[in-house]
Design a protein. Structure first.
Lengths: 344, 344
DNA sequence: GTGAAAGCGCTAACAC
DNA sequence: GTGTTAGCGCTTTCAC
């Protein structure tokens, strides 16, 4: 039922020239092949008038290159990943690449399936934010010399290129900030315990405590995943403790929403009764009734660097294993109270 | 630098059969062509063992069908569109289709460019949430019999298939709800004035007023776009008026965040001092300090129906122009005060 | 039951 | 300056 688009061959026949000539002109190689100005012009004109668009499928088959990259992320409806997808889309388009989008829904099976599908579609490379705790299926890609770069999540023990936020440093700075404001009893509500992003945030948290000489206790860290529900229930529990913390450090943007809810329900106020700092800036962070202090991740750079790292790998002879950490930025707002003054 | 994958031809040579036989077996047509069980098995086994994956580019060229659809949305970092992208991804994968993602960044030029690129990539069909006020470039696609379905935004005067929320009804119900709660002085903060989604919400708002016999005045509607900033500045202005409205109806999820901020800064409370209802439910809606009453859009259905409508069009001989409105759902929370009691 | 051959639309090596 | 030809990997008609 579709209208059949015009081909190079059809143009060639119409203009009584050979397909090669048409191809050369249309690919801007007219000069290089010293094709007469007249012929070139005629072809250009006719092609344009006929609305010729090269069939990229045929081109891809011939050139063994599709100018396409595959993106696999765990959840596009999570604003963090949506932001990353956006910057990857922008950067890859800028570089002349198409983007296949796959959402693995935090499911390793779907992730593997997606990889296979993308390979069959002959993408030139892959950007993936992997799910789960094993990366052996990704390592296999590397062994086949298939260009791949990980984003946000990676496996420290596996030598693959990745781009991620400097999570440990970001968490270190945030915790430090709380400590400077006089907080000692800090609770940290974590996300997925096995995700590297979470692990490193926890590590940064601990390092800051240690540096300040605050003894670490296991109950300072709770939480199971990056969801809203987790933030809510963990905070409820925290507020019931005999010694309630003076500050909460939420390791994800959804978690902090749950925290806010639980605090409000308990009739408490941020930051008067309890302080809050959250990992990952969101559009609404500044618009909550108490504007929230956050650790912003640079989603633009994350996406941009991932694309560029991948493209470098595409054109390189050897397999590059660039690993890059993007700095975070502490955005100070009103959700943390300085309790030093009171003490003195 | 990539490892060269195995082809049908290679399998055929290795197994001393013809490529056709291999192709037939691998496409599950062994029975149909009465290929001997033994041959079929050998081929299956060897192919699997060699990790054969069909080259979809070659297949696409031969079959003139790529099993790919293109998605163009104005902003993937807007959670509404991210949600839609997700449901489209899920549904299209379920149906065996790949998804090219393009973000038009609310730019008509980029949208047109994206369409051209996707056509050259030989996508089987297109789902687009169009930008701007003219749809003539989309109508052209239809004239070429190119399968296309619009989502969320469309052009009433142009006969193209679309899936959208029942925006006028949703806005009508929301406004009605405010009126039932005793509100008469209602301000409506709109989004992009020319977007059909906005136009229909405004219309629903007006209809509800009319039905209740509340005279409409132009100053009841303000606002310029779907951004946070717009909600903030418009609310600031509203609060400075001599007669401050008792309720605000925000026509987008980002707008309502701005409203909340402005109200908090003025030292007022929701819903005690002013009521708020917002179009479009978000994960944080329930977790704001005052849980927000919203008009939820069914993003799952929107995406799912769009894919199915497109696929129907793909397999149909004629050009279908299915137009479908998905019902919205009013989610009642705590941001609207019943002021009837006070009056009596 | 299986194979040979053509062709999808394009590009590039090799001709002249 | 331009044409001829082969071939990317696959499917399918026709042949036997």
């Amino acid at each position: 039922m579709k209208k059949i688009p015009i081909t190079i061959k059809a143009i060639a026949e119409e203009l009584k020239v050979s397909p090669s000539t048409v191809s050369r002109v249309l690919n801007g190689q007219a000069d290089q092949y010293r094709i007469s100005k007249k012929t070139a012009e005629t072809i250009q004109e006719y092609a344009h008038q006929q609305g010729f668009v090269p069939n990229q499928i045929a081109r891809g088959l011939r050139l063994q290159k599709t100018n396409t990259i595959g993106l696999i992320i765990p959840d596009i409806s999570n604003p963090f990943f949506a932001g990353i997808a956006r910057s990857i889309e922008i950067e890859s388009r800028k570089k002349g690449y198409f983007l296949f989008l796959f959402d693995s829904r935090e499911d390793t099976g779907l992730e593997k399936e997606s990889i296979a599908l993308l390979m069959s579609k002959k993408v030139d490379g892959l950007i993936v934010s992997p799910v789960g705790i094993s990366g052996t299926h990704l390592l296999k890609l590397k062994q086949q010399h298939f260009p791949l770069v990980l984003i946000d999540r990676y496996f420290p023990e596996i030598d693959l290129p990745f781009i991620a936020s400097d999570n440990s440093r970001g968490a270190f700075e945030a915790t430090n900030y709380l400590i400077e404001k006089g907080h000692k009893a800090i609770a940290c509500i974590q996300g997925l315990p096995q995700a590297i992003s979470n692990i490193q945030r926890v590590q940064g948290f601990k390092e800051a405590l240690e540096k300040a000489g605050i003894p670490f206790r296991n109950e300072m860290i709770t939480g199971t995943d990056f969801g809203v529900e987790n933030g809510y229930t963990q905070t409820k529990k925290l507020l019931k403790r005999t010694s309630v913390p003076s500050a909460i450090f939420a390791l994800g943007n959804m978690i902090s929403l749950g925290v806010i809810k639980a605090i409000a329900e308990a009739g408490l106020k941020i930051p008067e009764d309890i302080s809050l700092i959250s990992f990952d800036e969101q559009p609404y962070s500044a618009f909550l009734s108490t504007p929230m202090t956050t650790v912003a991740q640079d989603k633009e750079s994350l996406g941009k660097e991932a694309v560029n790292s991948l493209l470098e790998n595409l054109s390189s002879q050897e397999y590059l294993n660039e690993k890059k950490l993007i700095p975070t930025r502490l955005i100070e707002r009103a959700s943390v109270k300085d309790i030093n003054l009171i003490r003195k």
